[in-house]
Design a protein around this ligand. Structure first.
Ligand code: FES
Length: 107
């Protein structure tokens, strides 16, 4: 069966700090939103697969976030934990329209 997608407004673009995360709660999901230096906005699950570190509080470098607890490095495009560690977080597509940023969620 095809999965239905819905878009939810998360923030104004100009209110997202560059290279700093922002935590957004939508229903039962906590999402970490990052505005990268290249202007893109990325959204991933706000929970490190290691021991639940809050990724929106991590350091951003390029297209990776470093977990604030034990420094695991996670790609914000595909959610993959970088070697030597292993795991992944859920990623969400984002869309920017004018000054508004939306995230796609499964129905
Ligand atoms: S909880 Fe994220 S690296 Fe340990």
């Amino acid at each position: 069966m095809e999965q239905t997608i819905r878009e939810v407004f998360i923030s104004n673009y100009d209110e997202l700090p560059v290279r700093l995360g922002k935590a957004v709660v939508i229903e039962d999901r906590e999402i970490a939103v990052f505005r990268l230096t290249n202007g893109n906005v990325k959204a991933i699950e706000n929970k490190c697969p290691h021991r639940g570190g809050v990724l929106s509080e991590g350091m951003i470098s390029g297209e990776h976030v470093f977990c604030p607890l034990h420094d695991w490095k996670i790609n914000v495009n595909d959610g993959l934990v970088q070697a030597p560690d292993k795991g992944c977080v859920q990623t969400y597509k984002t869309r920017i329209e004018g000054n508004q940023v939306y995230v796609e969620l499964p129905q």
